[in-house]
Design a protein around this ligand. Structure first.
Ligand code: NAP
Length: 544
Protein backbone atom coordinates (compact mmCIF):
# COMPACT_ATOMS: atom_id res chain seq x y z
CA UNK A 1 0.00 0.00 0.00
CA UNK A 2 1.20 3.50 -0.88
CA UNK A 3 1.88 5.96 1.94
CA UNK A 4 -0.37 8.93 1.10
CA UNK A 5 1.37 11.81 -0.68
CA UNK A 6 0.04 14.13 1.98
CA UNK A 7 1.21 11.80 4.72
CA UNK A 8 3.84 12.86 7.19
CA UNK A 9 4.55 10.98 10.38
CA UNK A 10 1.61 12.15 12.47
CA UNK A 11 1.31 12.72 16.18
CA UNK A 12 -2.47 12.57 15.96
CA UNK A 13 -4.84 11.57 13.19
CA UNK A 14 -8.41 12.81 13.62
CA UNK A 15 -11.28 11.08 11.83
CA UNK A 16 -14.06 13.52 10.91
CA UNK A 17 -14.28 17.27 10.29
CA UNK A 18 -17.47 18.04 12.18
CA UNK A 19 -17.55 20.37 15.15
CA UNK A 20 -15.44 17.96 17.26
CA UNK A 21 -12.73 17.38 14.69
CA UNK A 22 -12.48 21.05 13.72
CA UNK A 23 -12.00 22.31 17.27
CA UNK A 24 -9.60 19.47 18.07
CA UNK A 25 -7.50 20.25 15.01
CA UNK A 26 -7.31 23.90 16.05
CA UNK A 27 -6.32 23.12 19.64
CA UNK A 28 -3.71 20.53 18.69
CA UNK A 29 -2.17 22.71 16.01
CA UNK A 30 -1.81 25.50 18.57
CA UNK A 31 -0.01 23.00 20.79
CA UNK A 32 2.32 22.37 17.82
CA UNK A 33 1.35 18.77 17.30
CA UNK A 34 1.65 17.28 13.86
CA UNK A 35 -2.04 16.61 13.25
CA UNK A 36 -4.33 15.93 10.31
CA UNK A 37 -8.05 15.27 9.77
CA UNK A 38 -9.33 12.65 7.36
CA UNK A 39 -12.91 13.42 6.30
CA UNK A 40 -15.17 11.38 3.98
CA UNK A 41 -17.24 14.39 2.82
CA UNK A 42 -15.86 17.06 0.49
CA UNK A 43 -16.48 19.80 3.08
CA UNK A 44 -16.40 20.45 6.82
CA UNK A 45 -19.58 20.28 8.94
CA UNK A 46 -20.04 16.56 9.66
CA UNK A 47 -23.70 15.76 10.22
CA UNK A 48 -24.64 19.27 9.02
CA UNK A 49 -23.04 18.52 5.66
CA UNK A 50 -24.64 15.09 5.25
CA UNK A 51 -28.10 16.11 6.46
CA UNK A 52 -29.76 18.65 4.18
CA UNK A 53 -33.43 17.71 4.02
CA UNK A 54 -35.87 20.64 3.80
CA UNK A 55 -37.00 21.86 7.21
CA UNK A 56 -33.85 20.70 9.03
CA UNK A 57 -33.04 22.89 11.99
CA UNK A 58 -31.11 22.40 15.16
CA UNK A 59 -33.24 21.70 18.24
CA UNK A 60 -30.85 23.72 20.39
CA UNK A 61 -31.02 27.52 20.14
CA UNK A 62 -28.50 29.19 17.84
CA UNK A 63 -26.83 31.31 20.52
CA UNK A 64 -26.09 28.07 22.39
CA UNK A 65 -25.33 25.85 19.42
CA UNK A 66 -22.05 27.52 18.54
CA UNK A 67 -18.51 27.33 19.88
CA UNK A 68 -18.28 29.13 23.19
CA UNK A 69 -14.49 28.77 23.48
CA UNK A 70 -13.78 31.70 21.17
CA UNK A 71 -15.03 35.15 22.05
CA UNK A 72 -13.91 36.32 18.61
CA UNK A 73 -15.97 33.72 16.73
CA UNK A 74 -19.04 34.53 18.78
CA UNK A 75 -18.63 38.24 18.17
CA UNK A 76 -18.06 37.92 14.42
CA UNK A 77 -20.75 35.44 13.46
CA UNK A 78 -24.42 36.45 13.37
CA UNK A 79 -27.25 33.91 13.48
CA UNK A 80 -30.38 35.10 11.74
CA UNK A 81 -32.91 32.95 13.61
CA UNK A 82 -33.55 31.58 17.09
CA UNK A 83 -33.31 27.97 15.82
CA UNK A 84 -30.85 27.83 12.94
CA UNK A 85 -31.54 26.10 9.69
CA UNK A 86 -29.10 23.51 8.34
CA UNK A 87 -27.77 25.78 5.54
CA UNK A 88 -26.85 28.45 8.09
CA UNK A 89 -25.15 25.95 10.43
CA UNK A 90 -23.15 24.61 7.50
CA UNK A 91 -22.17 28.19 6.58
CA UNK A 92 -21.04 28.67 10.17
CA UNK A 93 -18.85 25.54 10.00
CA UNK A 94 -17.30 26.87 6.77
CA UNK A 95 -16.79 30.29 8.36
CA UNK A 96 -14.92 28.68 11.27
CA UNK A 97 -12.81 26.58 8.89
CA UNK A 98 -11.85 29.71 6.91
CA UNK A 99 -11.24 31.86 9.95
CA UNK A 100 -8.96 29.26 11.59
CA UNK A 101 -7.45 28.19 8.27
CA UNK A 102 -8.31 24.57 9.03
CA UNK A 103 -8.64 23.17 5.50
CA UNK A 104 -4.90 22.95 4.87
CA UNK A 105 -4.76 20.11 7.40
CA UNK A 106 -7.89 18.28 6.29
CA UNK A 107 -7.87 15.52 3.70
CA UNK A 108 -11.38 15.60 2.19
CA UNK A 109 -13.25 12.92 0.26
CA UNK A 110 -11.38 10.05 1.88
CA UNK A 111 -12.77 7.49 4.29
CA UNK A 112 -10.82 5.69 6.99
CA UNK A 113 -11.39 1.99 6.32
CA UNK A 114 -9.01 0.24 8.69
CA UNK A 115 -6.83 1.14 11.67
CA UNK A 116 -4.38 -1.36 13.11
CA UNK A 117 -2.38 -0.93 16.31
CA UNK A 118 1.20 -2.13 16.51
CA UNK A 119 2.63 -3.01 19.90
CA UNK A 120 6.10 -2.93 18.36
CA UNK A 121 6.07 0.58 16.96
CA UNK A 122 3.37 1.93 19.30
CA UNK A 123 1.69 3.47 16.32
CA UNK A 124 -1.60 3.12 14.45
CA UNK A 125 -1.48 2.22 10.75
CA UNK A 126 -4.50 3.66 9.05
CA UNK A 127 -5.77 2.56 5.62
CA UNK A 128 -7.77 5.06 3.60
CA UNK A 129 -10.37 4.58 0.87
CA UNK A 130 -8.14 6.10 -1.83
CA UNK A 131 -5.64 3.26 -1.34
CA UNK A 132 -3.20 5.36 0.65
CA UNK A 133 -2.25 4.95 4.30
CA UNK A 134 -1.09 6.99 7.24
CA UNK A 135 0.74 6.30 10.47
CA UNK A 136 -0.05 8.08 13.71
CA UNK A 137 0.85 7.80 17.35
CA UNK A 138 -2.75 8.58 18.35
CA UNK A 139 -6.06 8.28 16.51
CA UNK A 140 -9.18 10.19 17.55
CA UNK A 141 -12.54 9.14 16.15
CA UNK A 142 -14.55 12.35 16.01
CA UNK A 143 -17.16 10.62 13.89
CA UNK A 144 -20.31 11.80 15.65
CA UNK A 145 -23.12 9.96 17.39
CA UNK A 146 -25.62 10.15 14.53
CA UNK A 147 -23.67 9.51 11.36
CA UNK A 148 -24.65 6.10 9.98
CA UNK A 149 -28.12 6.20 8.36
CA UNK A 150 -30.41 3.30 9.20
CA UNK A 151 -32.50 1.65 6.50
CA UNK A 152 -35.77 0.14 7.72
CA UNK A 153 -35.96 -3.64 7.95
CA UNK A 154 -38.66 -3.78 5.27
CA UNK A 155 -38.04 -6.24 2.42
CA UNK A 156 -38.35 -5.57 -1.30
CA UNK A 157 -36.70 -2.18 -1.61
CA UNK A 158 -35.13 -3.34 -4.90
CA UNK A 159 -38.64 -3.84 -6.37
CA UNK A 160 -39.75 -0.25 -5.86
CA UNK A 161 -39.74 1.71 -9.11
CA UNK A 162 -40.17 5.19 -7.62
CA UNK A 163 -37.63 7.34 -5.86
CA UNK A 164 -36.42 6.54 -2.35
CA UNK A 165 -34.60 9.19 -0.31
CA UNK A 166 -33.22 8.89 3.23
CA UNK A 167 -33.34 12.18 5.16
CA UNK A 168 -29.65 11.75 6.04
CA UNK A 169 -28.68 11.38 2.36
CA UNK A 170 -30.69 14.17 0.80
CA UNK A 171 -29.54 15.16 -2.71
CA UNK A 172 -27.72 18.50 -2.77
CA UNK A 173 -29.85 19.69 -5.70
CA UNK A 174 -33.06 19.07 -3.70
CA UNK A 175 -36.11 17.00 -4.61
CA UNK A 176 -39.19 18.25 -6.45
CA UNK A 177 -42.36 16.78 -4.91
CA UNK A 178 -44.74 18.90 -6.99
CA UNK A 179 -47.81 16.95 -8.04
CA UNK A 180 -46.47 13.76 -6.44
CA UNK A 181 -47.93 11.29 -4.00
CA UNK A 182 -45.24 10.91 -1.34
CA UNK A 183 -44.83 8.36 1.45
CA UNK A 184 -42.96 9.26 4.62
CA UNK A 185 -41.72 6.47 6.89
CA UNK A 186 -40.48 7.62 10.29
CA UNK A 187 -41.89 10.14 12.72
CA UNK A 188 -38.90 11.06 14.89
CA UNK A 189 -37.10 14.45 14.80
CA UNK A 190 -36.26 14.18 11.09
CA UNK A 191 -39.74 13.04 10.01
CA UNK A 192 -41.47 15.77 12.02
CA UNK A 193 -39.29 18.45 10.48
CA UNK A 194 -39.45 17.30 6.87
CA UNK A 195 -43.19 16.47 6.77
CA UNK A 196 -44.63 20.03 6.77
CA UNK A 197 -42.19 20.98 4.00
CA UNK A 198 -43.24 18.06 1.79
CA UNK A 199 -46.92 18.67 2.55
CA UNK A 200 -46.61 22.21 1.16
CA UNK A 201 -45.41 20.85 -2.18
CA UNK A 202 -46.75 17.37 -2.75
CA UNK A 203 -50.13 16.46 -4.13
CA UNK A 204 -50.53 13.97 -1.27
CA UNK A 205 -48.39 13.12 1.76
CA UNK A 206 -48.96 9.72 3.37
CA UNK A 207 -47.27 9.49 6.76
CA UNK A 208 -46.65 5.93 7.94
CA UNK A 209 -46.46 6.21 11.72
CA UNK A 210 -45.28 3.30 13.87
CA UNK A 211 -44.85 5.34 17.08
CA UNK A 212 -45.90 8.95 17.55
CA UNK A 213 -43.24 11.17 19.16
CA UNK A 214 -43.52 14.07 21.58
CA UNK A 215 -42.82 17.41 20.00
CA UNK A 216 -42.62 20.91 21.40
CA UNK A 217 -43.19 23.90 19.11
CA UNK A 218 -40.00 25.80 18.24
CA UNK A 219 -41.64 29.25 18.18
CA UNK A 220 -38.85 30.12 15.83
CA UNK A 221 -38.30 33.78 15.01
CA UNK A 222 -35.70 36.15 13.66
CA UNK A 223 -32.97 37.15 16.10
CA UNK A 224 -32.86 40.89 16.55
CA UNK A 225 -30.14 43.41 17.37
CA UNK A 226 -31.75 43.60 20.79
CA UNK A 227 -31.33 39.81 21.28
CA UNK A 228 -27.64 40.11 20.46
CA UNK A 229 -27.21 43.15 22.69
CA UNK A 230 -28.70 41.21 25.63
CA UNK A 231 -26.58 38.18 24.76
CA UNK A 232 -23.29 40.07 24.74
CA UNK A 233 -24.17 42.10 27.83
CA UNK A 234 -24.82 38.88 29.76
CA UNK A 235 -22.38 36.53 28.12
CA UNK A 236 -20.52 35.63 31.31
CA UNK A 237 -23.70 34.78 33.22
CA UNK A 238 -24.91 32.92 30.14
CA UNK A 239 -21.82 30.69 30.06
CA UNK A 240 -21.80 30.22 33.82
CA UNK A 241 -25.41 29.06 33.76
CA UNK A 242 -24.80 26.65 30.88
CA UNK A 243 -21.91 25.11 32.81
CA UNK A 244 -24.11 24.28 35.81
CA UNK A 245 -26.99 22.82 33.82
CA UNK A 246 -27.23 19.06 33.27
CA UNK A 247 -27.94 19.52 29.58
CA UNK A 248 -25.52 22.43 29.13
CA UNK A 249 -28.42 24.68 28.18
CA UNK A 250 -29.00 28.22 29.36
CA UNK A 251 -31.94 27.74 31.65
CA UNK A 252 -32.00 27.76 35.42
CA UNK A 253 -31.89 24.30 36.99
CA UNK A 254 -35.43 23.53 38.16
CA UNK A 255 -35.97 23.35 41.90
CA UNK A 256 -39.55 22.09 41.98
CA UNK A 257 -40.94 18.64 41.29
CA UNK A 258 -44.08 18.33 39.16
CA UNK A 259 -46.14 17.28 42.17
CA UNK A 260 -44.83 20.07 44.42
CA UNK A 261 -47.29 22.52 42.88
CA UNK A 262 -51.06 22.57 42.45
CA UNK A 263 -52.53 21.25 39.16
CA UNK A 264 -53.37 24.83 38.15
CA UNK A 265 -49.86 26.06 38.87
CA UNK A 266 -48.36 23.07 37.05
CA UNK A 267 -50.40 23.82 33.94
CA UNK A 268 -49.57 27.51 34.16
CA UNK A 269 -45.84 26.79 34.41
CA UNK A 270 -45.88 24.26 31.58
CA UNK A 271 -48.03 26.54 29.42
CA UNK A 272 -45.52 29.36 29.88
CA UNK A 273 -42.65 27.16 28.64
CA UNK A 274 -44.83 25.67 25.87
CA UNK A 275 -45.61 29.16 24.60
CA UNK A 276 -41.93 30.14 24.86
CA UNK A 277 -40.98 27.15 22.66
CA UNK A 278 -38.08 24.66 22.56
CA UNK A 279 -37.81 21.20 24.10
CA UNK A 280 -34.85 21.61 26.47
CA UNK A 281 -36.44 24.57 28.28
CA UNK A 282 -39.86 22.91 28.34
CA UNK A 283 -38.48 19.72 29.89
CA UNK A 284 -36.55 21.75 32.45
CA UNK A 285 -39.74 23.26 33.91
CA UNK A 286 -39.59 20.65 36.69
CA UNK A 287 -36.75 18.62 38.12
CA UNK A 288 -38.25 15.13 38.17
CA UNK A 289 -39.69 14.49 34.69
CA UNK A 290 -37.04 11.90 33.89
CA UNK A 291 -37.05 10.36 37.38
CA UNK A 292 -40.62 9.98 38.62
CA UNK A 293 -43.28 8.17 36.61
CA UNK A 294 -46.29 10.06 37.99
CA UNK A 295 -44.58 13.39 37.38
CA UNK A 296 -43.64 12.23 33.91
CA UNK A 297 -47.22 11.24 33.07
CA UNK A 298 -48.54 14.62 34.21
CA UNK A 299 -46.19 16.44 31.85
CA UNK A 300 -46.95 13.95 29.06
CA UNK A 301 -50.68 14.55 29.60
CA UNK A 302 -50.10 18.26 29.17
CA UNK A 303 -48.42 17.68 25.79
CA UNK A 304 -51.12 15.23 24.67
CA UNK A 305 -53.74 17.89 25.50
CA UNK A 306 -51.91 20.37 23.29
CA UNK A 307 -52.01 17.84 20.41
CA UNK A 308 -55.77 17.39 20.93
CA UNK A 309 -56.16 21.17 20.99
CA UNK A 310 -54.30 21.59 17.68
CA UNK A 311 -55.53 18.72 15.51
CA UNK A 312 -59.12 19.28 14.41
CA UNK A 313 -60.10 15.62 13.95
CA UNK A 314 -60.32 14.06 17.47
CA UNK A 315 -59.70 10.48 16.25
CA UNK A 316 -56.61 11.62 14.34
CA UNK A 317 -55.40 13.59 17.36
CA UNK A 318 -55.61 10.43 19.49
CA UNK A 319 -53.47 8.55 16.98
CA UNK A 320 -50.87 11.31 17.20
CA UNK A 321 -50.68 11.15 21.00
CA UNK A 322 -47.50 9.38 22.13
CA UNK A 323 -47.84 6.70 24.78
CA UNK A 324 -44.29 6.21 26.03
CA UNK A 325 -42.84 8.20 28.94
CA UNK A 326 -41.98 11.70 27.80
CA UNK A 327 -38.27 12.60 27.50
CA UNK A 328 -37.19 8.94 27.47
CA UNK A 329 -36.62 9.39 23.75
CA UNK A 330 -35.21 12.57 22.28
CA UNK A 331 -38.07 15.09 22.39
CA UNK A 332 -38.63 16.69 19.00
CA UNK A 333 -38.93 20.37 18.19
CA UNK A 334 -41.21 21.21 15.28
CA UNK A 335 -42.59 24.02 13.22
CA UNK A 336 -46.22 23.36 12.32
CA UNK A 337 -46.16 19.55 12.52
CA UNK A 338 -49.47 19.02 14.32
CA UNK A 339 -51.10 21.93 12.45
CA UNK A 340 -50.14 20.19 9.17
CA UNK A 341 -52.67 17.42 9.89
CA UNK A 342 -55.48 19.91 9.34
CA UNK A 343 -54.56 20.03 5.63
CA UNK A 344 -56.56 17.96 3.15
CA UNK A 345 -53.51 16.48 1.41
CA UNK A 346 -52.01 14.79 4.51
CA UNK A 347 -53.01 11.33 5.63
CA UNK A 348 -51.75 9.50 8.72
CA UNK A 349 -51.48 5.76 8.32
CA UNK A 350 -51.11 3.98 11.64
CA UNK A 351 -48.68 1.10 11.13
CA UNK A 352 -48.19 0.36 14.82
CA UNK A 353 -50.05 -2.93 14.42
CA UNK A 354 -50.66 -3.28 10.71
CA UNK A 355 -46.94 -3.04 9.90
CA UNK A 356 -45.37 -2.16 6.55
CA UNK A 357 -44.73 -5.64 5.21
CA UNK A 358 -42.91 -4.85 1.97
CA UNK A 359 -41.93 -2.32 -0.63
CA UNK A 360 -43.73 -3.14 -3.87
CA UNK A 361 -43.15 -1.95 -7.44
CA UNK A 362 -45.58 0.92 -6.92
CA UNK A 363 -45.18 1.73 -3.23
CA UNK A 364 -45.70 -0.16 0.01
CA UNK A 365 -47.92 -3.01 1.21
CA UNK A 366 -49.05 -3.39 4.79
CA UNK A 367 -49.36 -6.71 6.61
CA UNK A 368 -53.14 -6.58 6.11
CA UNK A 369 -52.56 -6.50 2.35
CA UNK A 370 -53.54 -2.84 2.00
CA UNK A 371 -51.40 -1.19 -0.70
CA UNK A 372 -50.31 2.42 -1.20
CA UNK A 373 -49.14 3.73 -4.57
CA UNK A 374 -46.40 6.30 -4.08
CA UNK A 375 -44.28 8.32 -6.53
CA UNK A 376 -41.56 8.82 -3.93
CA UNK A 377 -40.74 7.47 -0.48
CA UNK A 378 -38.89 9.46 2.15
CA UNK A 379 -37.18 7.42 4.85
CA UNK A 380 -36.78 9.32 8.11
CA UNK A 381 -35.75 6.11 9.83
CA UNK A 382 -32.80 7.47 11.78
CA UNK A 383 -29.31 6.17 12.46
CA UNK A 384 -27.28 3.33 13.83
CA UNK A 385 -26.69 5.70 16.71
CA UNK A 386 -23.61 6.14 18.90
CA UNK A 387 -21.70 3.04 17.79
CA UNK A 388 -22.46 2.81 14.04
CA UNK A 389 -19.70 5.10 12.74
CA UNK A 390 -16.89 3.50 14.76
CA UNK A 391 -18.04 -0.04 14.02
CA UNK A 392 -18.09 0.76 10.29
CA UNK A 393 -14.29 1.03 10.48
CA UNK A 394 -12.21 -2.13 10.89
CA UNK A 395 -10.36 -1.13 14.06
CA UNK A 396 -7.83 -3.70 15.26
CA UNK A 397 -6.25 -3.10 18.66
CA UNK A 398 -3.85 -5.05 20.84
CA UNK A 399 -3.47 -8.79 20.07
CA UNK A 400 -5.74 -8.55 17.06
CA UNK A 401 -8.82 -7.57 19.11
CA UNK A 402 -11.36 -5.64 17.02
CA UNK A 403 -13.81 -3.05 18.36
CA UNK A 404 -16.61 -5.26 17.01
CA UNK A 405 -15.39 -8.07 19.28
CA UNK A 406 -14.76 -5.79 22.27
CA UNK A 407 -18.30 -4.38 21.91
CA UNK A 408 -20.05 -7.63 21.09
CA UNK A 409 -22.30 -7.24 24.13
CA UNK A 410 -22.58 -3.45 23.90
CA UNK A 411 -20.14 -0.56 24.07
CA UNK A 412 -17.64 -0.55 26.95
CA UNK A 413 -15.12 2.21 27.52
CA UNK A 414 -13.63 4.55 30.09
CA UNK A 415 -15.23 8.02 30.33
CA UNK A 416 -16.66 7.54 26.84
CA UNK A 417 -13.15 8.33 25.64
CA UNK A 418 -11.08 5.18 25.42
CA UNK A 419 -11.62 1.42 25.01
CA UNK A 420 -9.45 -1.03 26.92
CA UNK A 421 -7.29 -2.98 24.45
CA UNK A 422 -7.05 0.00 22.07
CA UNK A 423 -4.06 2.06 23.23
CA UNK A 424 -3.68 5.65 21.99
CA UNK A 425 -7.15 5.59 20.43
CA UNK A 426 -9.91 7.95 21.56
CA UNK A 427 -13.53 8.72 20.74
CA UNK A 428 -15.26 12.08 21.10
CA UNK A 429 -18.84 12.14 22.46
CA UNK A 430 -19.00 8.36 22.33
CA UNK A 431 -21.19 6.03 24.37
CA UNK A 432 -20.51 6.47 28.08
CA UNK A 433 -20.37 10.27 27.72
CA UNK A 434 -23.20 12.84 27.99
CA UNK A 435 -23.10 13.72 24.25
CA UNK A 436 -26.61 13.19 22.90
CA UNK A 437 -28.32 13.93 26.23
CA UNK A 438 -26.82 17.41 26.27
CA UNK A 439 -26.15 20.39 24.08
CA UNK A 440 -23.59 18.44 22.10
CA UNK A 441 -21.45 21.50 21.37
CA UNK A 442 -20.75 21.96 25.09
CA UNK A 443 -20.05 18.22 25.40
CA UNK A 444 -17.65 18.41 22.44
CA UNK A 445 -15.82 21.42 23.88
CA UNK A 446 -15.13 19.62 27.11
CA UNK A 447 -13.94 16.44 25.38
CA UNK A 448 -11.63 18.40 23.09
CA UNK A 449 -10.17 20.42 25.95
CA UNK A 450 -9.66 17.23 27.98
CA UNK A 451 -7.98 15.45 25.05
CA UNK A 452 -5.76 18.42 24.19
CA UNK A 453 -4.57 18.67 27.79
CA UNK A 454 -4.04 14.92 27.85
CA UNK A 455 -1.90 14.90 24.67
CA UNK A 456 0.10 17.83 26.03
CA UNK A 457 0.67 15.99 29.33
CA UNK A 458 1.72 12.77 27.57
CA UNK A 459 4.29 14.65 25.52
CA UNK A 460 5.64 16.59 28.52
CA UNK A 461 5.98 13.39 30.54
CA UNK A 462 7.47 11.43 27.62
CA UNK A 463 4.62 8.95 27.71
CA UNK A 464 4.38 6.91 24.54
CA UNK A 465 1.32 4.90 25.35
CA UNK A 466 -1.98 5.48 27.18
CA UNK A 467 -4.62 2.84 27.62
CA UNK A 468 -7.81 2.38 29.64
CA UNK A 469 -7.32 -0.11 32.46
CA UNK A 470 -9.90 -2.87 32.30
CA UNK A 471 -10.89 -2.52 35.96
CA UNK A 472 -11.43 1.22 35.62
CA UNK A 473 -13.42 0.62 32.46
CA UNK A 474 -15.64 -1.94 34.22
CA UNK A 475 -16.26 0.54 37.04
CA UNK A 476 -17.17 3.29 34.56
CA UNK A 477 -19.58 1.06 32.62
CA UNK A 478 -21.20 0.07 35.91
CA UNK A 479 -21.48 3.74 36.95
CA UNK A 480 -23.08 4.66 33.59
CA UNK A 481 -25.60 1.81 33.96
CA UNK A 482 -26.41 2.72 37.56
CA UNK A 483 -27.07 6.34 36.59
CA UNK A 484 -29.37 5.25 33.77
CA UNK A 485 -31.21 2.87 36.09
CA UNK A 486 -32.05 5.75 38.41
CA UNK A 487 -33.95 7.40 35.54
CA UNK A 488 -36.95 6.42 33.43
CA UNK A 489 -34.79 6.17 30.26
CA UNK A 490 -34.40 2.36 30.26
CA UNK A 491 -38.20 1.98 30.38
CA UNK A 492 -38.62 3.00 26.73
CA UNK A 493 -37.14 1.24 23.71
CA UNK A 494 -35.14 3.92 21.92
CA UNK A 495 -31.98 4.48 19.95
CA UNK A 496 -30.29 5.39 23.26
CA UNK A 497 -30.60 1.66 24.01
CA UNK A 498 -30.01 0.34 20.51
CA UNK A 499 -33.59 -0.93 20.55
CA UNK A 500 -34.26 0.14 16.97
CA UNK A 501 -31.62 -2.05 15.32
CA UNK A 502 -32.26 -5.79 15.15
CA UNK A 503 -29.38 -7.67 16.78
CA UNK A 504 -27.83 -4.57 18.37
CA UNK A 505 -27.01 -5.19 22.07
CA UNK A 506 -29.63 -3.52 24.28
CA UNK A 507 -27.54 -1.29 26.53
CA UNK A 508 -28.34 2.28 27.57
CA UNK A 509 -25.42 4.08 25.97
CA UNK A 510 -25.16 7.75 27.03
CA UNK A 511 -24.03 9.04 30.45
CA UNK A 512 -27.23 10.21 32.18
CA UNK A 513 -25.59 12.05 35.08
CA UNK A 514 -25.40 15.39 33.26
CA UNK A 515 -22.54 17.48 31.90
CA UNK A 516 -21.38 19.09 35.20
CA UNK A 517 -21.02 15.71 36.97
CA UNK A 518 -19.26 14.22 33.96
CA UNK A 519 -16.87 17.17 33.67
CA UNK A 520 -16.05 17.05 37.35
CA UNK A 521 -15.29 13.32 37.17
CA UNK A 522 -13.21 13.48 33.99
CA UNK A 523 -11.26 16.53 35.21
CA UNK A 524 -10.50 14.83 38.53
CA UNK A 525 -9.17 11.80 36.64
CA UNK A 526 -6.83 14.12 34.70
CA UNK A 527 -5.71 16.00 37.84
CA UNK A 528 -4.86 12.67 39.45
CA UNK A 529 -2.40 11.86 36.67
CA UNK A 530 -4.98 10.07 34.47
CA UNK A 531 -6.15 7.70 37.13
CA UNK A 532 -7.57 4.51 35.58
CA UNK A 533 -5.41 4.87 32.48
CA UNK A 534 -2.18 2.87 32.13
CA UNK A 535 0.64 5.18 31.04
CA UNK A 536 3.83 3.77 29.55
CA UNK A 537 6.90 5.99 29.31
CA UNK A 538 9.07 6.26 26.19
CA UNK A 539 11.95 4.48 27.89
CA UNK A 540 10.00 1.43 28.99
CA UNK A 541 8.43 1.29 25.54
CA UNK A 542 11.86 1.27 23.95
CA UNK A 543 12.89 -1.54 26.29
CA UNK A 544 9.71 -3.52 25.71
P1 NAP B 1 -35.35 8.36 14.92
O1 NAP B 1 -35.65 9.27 16.04
O2 NAP B 1 -34.58 7.13 15.22
O3 NAP B 1 -36.73 7.99 14.25
C1 NAP B 1 -36.85 6.94 13.33
C2 NAP B 1 -38.30 6.77 12.97
O4 NAP B 1 -38.40 5.77 11.98
C3 NAP B 1 -39.15 6.32 14.15
O5 NAP B 1 -40.38 6.98 14.10
C4 NAP B 1 -39.31 4.82 13.88
O6 NAP B 1 -40.44 4.25 14.46
C5 NAP B 1 -39.43 4.87 12.37
N1 NAP B 1 -39.22 3.57 11.74
C6 NAP B 1 -38.08 2.86 11.64
N2 NAP B 1 -38.31 1.70 11.01
C7 NAP B 1 -39.61 1.69 10.67
C8 NAP B 1 -40.45 0.77 10.00
N3 NAP B 1 -39.98 -0.40 9.56
N4 NAP B 1 -41.76 1.08 9.83
C9 NAP B 1 -42.24 2.25 10.29
N5 NAP B 1 -41.51 3.17 10.95
C10 NAP B 1 -40.20 2.88 11.13
O7 NAP B 1 -34.56 9.10 13.73
P2 NAP B 1 -34.46 10.66 13.38
O8 NAP B 1 -35.80 11.28 13.33
O9 NAP B 1 -33.58 10.79 12.19
O10 NAP B 1 -33.74 11.26 14.64
C11 NAP B 1 -32.58 10.66 15.20
C12 NAP B 1 -31.93 11.66 16.11
O11 NAP B 1 -31.21 12.60 15.34
C13 NAP B 1 -32.87 12.48 16.94
O12 NAP B 1 -33.35 11.81 18.06
C14 NAP B 1 -32.02 13.68 17.25
O13 NAP B 1 -31.15 13.43 18.31
C15 NAP B 1 -31.22 13.85 15.97
N6 NAP B 1 -31.89 14.84 15.10
C16 NAP B 1 -31.92 16.11 15.54
C17 NAP B 1 -32.54 17.05 14.80
C18 NAP B 1 -32.56 18.44 15.31
O14 NAP B 1 -31.63 18.92 15.89
N7 NAP B 1 -33.63 19.11 15.14
C19 NAP B 1 -33.15 16.72 13.60
C20 NAP B 1 -33.10 15.41 13.17
C21 NAP B 1 -32.47 14.46 13.94
P3 NAP B 1 -40.34 3.66 15.97
O15 NAP B 1 -40.27 4.85 16.86
O16 NAP B 1 -41.58 2.86 16.12
O17 NAP B 1 -39.10 2.81 16.02
Amino acid sequence: MQESAAARPLDILIVGAGFSGMYLLHRLRNLRFNVRIVEAAPEVGGTWWHNRYPGLRCDVESLEYQYSWSEELRREWRWSERFSSQPEILEYAKFVADKLDLRRDIQFGVRVERAVWSDETHRWSVSLSDGSSATARHVVFATGALATPRMPDIPGVENYEGRIIHTAQWPAQGVDFNGKSVGLIGTGSSGLQVAPQIAKQANKLNIFQRSPAYSIPARNRALTKEDYKTFFENIEEFDALAMTQKGGIVVANPTLGVQDVSPEERKRMLRERWEAGGAFTFLATFKDVQMNETSNQLVADFVRDRIRETVADPALAEKLCPKYLIATRRTCVDIGYYEMFNRDNVELIDVSEDRIAAFTEKGVRLASGREYALNAIVLATGYDAMTGALLAVDVVGRDGLTVKEAWENGPRNLLGLMISGFPNMFTVTGPGSPSVLANVIRAIEHHVDWLSNCFDYLRRESIACIEAEEQAQDAWVQHVNQLADRTLFPRTPSWYIGADIPGKPKVFMPFAGGLPAYREHADRVARNGYEGFRLTREKSVAQA
